[in-house]
Structure formats: structure tokens, C-alpha cells
Write a protein of this length. Structure first.
Length: 164
């Protein structure tokens, strides 16, 4: 297990990026769980990282996998129709209560990112939001670099179509 100083340092350095990644994939309540599980796995991970970039990439990859697991678990649950309707109404009311255009724009972009599905969602997020290059994304996702370029291009094209 890692010392608490390492965990605190990683949280302060990479916590925001991991949080943004989680929120891009799942609702905030699930993102909190994914963030906590990510740093729990970090605490239990005994191997050292070659650099701060490698550490951040590892944390983001674990966070993405945690979010995917949360999405799979949500699909497997049996939920009553009434509770789904209540949640839908709450979401509608929440969108109507937003007072600034920026918040609506961010929600619209996040919904468009959710509509992408994976693989382009991960590559587009890591490229546009986190600022990774295609070669870095290639290493993180174990995909050929040209495939990453293709997914980023396709994802950006789909985002443009959805947002226009």
C-alpha cells in the first residue's frame, strides 16, 4: 500500500483531471464513486511509475474503466418505470433551472460526448479535454497511432454534426 503522502499528492495533482474524466462518462453521483475507486486502486498499486505523465495516464485509464463498469452495472439493474420517469422529470427540471447559457452549453457538449459511444469517446476526450497527443493516447489505449487519429477525426466530425 502506498504512503498517505503519495495518495494526497496524486489527489492534488491529478484529482481534477480524474474528476473531469469521470463526469464526462457518468452522472456526478456515479463519478464520485468512480473517483474514489480510482484512488483506492492507486493506493493499493505498489509499482512505481516512470514519470508523472505515466502516473496521470494510469489514473485516467483506471477512471475510464471504473466509469465503464458503473455504466455496465446500471444497465444490469432492474428499475421501476416510476423511478425512471421521476429521474427524467428531475433532469428536465434541472435543465430548465439553469440560468446561464454556459451551463447549458457544457451540458449539451457532455451529452454529445456521451452520444459518441466508445471508442471515439475516449480518444476525443483524451485529445480535446486532457490535451494528450495521438501517440500518447495510442500508448494508453494500446491502439495503433493511425487508428487513434481516425477515431479522433470521426469523433470530432460526429460532435460537429450533433452540436450544429
Amino acid at each position: 500500500m502506498r504512503p498517505s503522502e503519495d495518495i494526497s499528492r496524486a489527489m492534488s495533482e491529478h484529482g481534477d483531471a480524474v474528476w473531469r474524466t469521470c463526469v464526462a462518462y457518468v452522472p456526478a453521483c456515479d463519478a464520485e464513486d468512480a473517483l474514489q475507486n480510482t484512488f483506492l486502486k492507486y493506493a493499493m498499486h505498489d509499482q512505481d511509475f516512470s514519470s508523472a505523465g505515466h502516473e496521470k495516464a494510469w489514473l485516467l485509464r483506471v477512471a475510464i474503466n471504473e466509469c465503464k463498469d458503473a455504466l455496465k452495472a446500471a444497465r444490469a439493474k432492474n428499475v421501476s418505470l416510476e423511478s425512471r420517469l421521476e429521474a427524467y422529470n428531475d433532469r428536465l427540471l434541472g435543465i430548465q433551472d439553469d440560468s446561464t447559457q454556459t451551463e447549458i452549453g457544457v451540458k449539451r457538449i457532455l451529452e454529445a460526448m456521451d452520444a459518441l459511444g466508445d471508442p471515439p469517446k475516449t480518444q476525443v476526450y483524451l485529445s480535446l479535454v486532457e490535451g494528450y497527443t495521438a501517440s500518447e493516447i495510442s500508448e494508453m489505449t494500446n491502439m495503433p497511432e493511425n487508428t487513434v487519429y481516425s477515431w479522433i477525426s470521426r469523433g470530432r466530425k460526429r460532435l460537429r454534426e450533433v452540436l450544429s
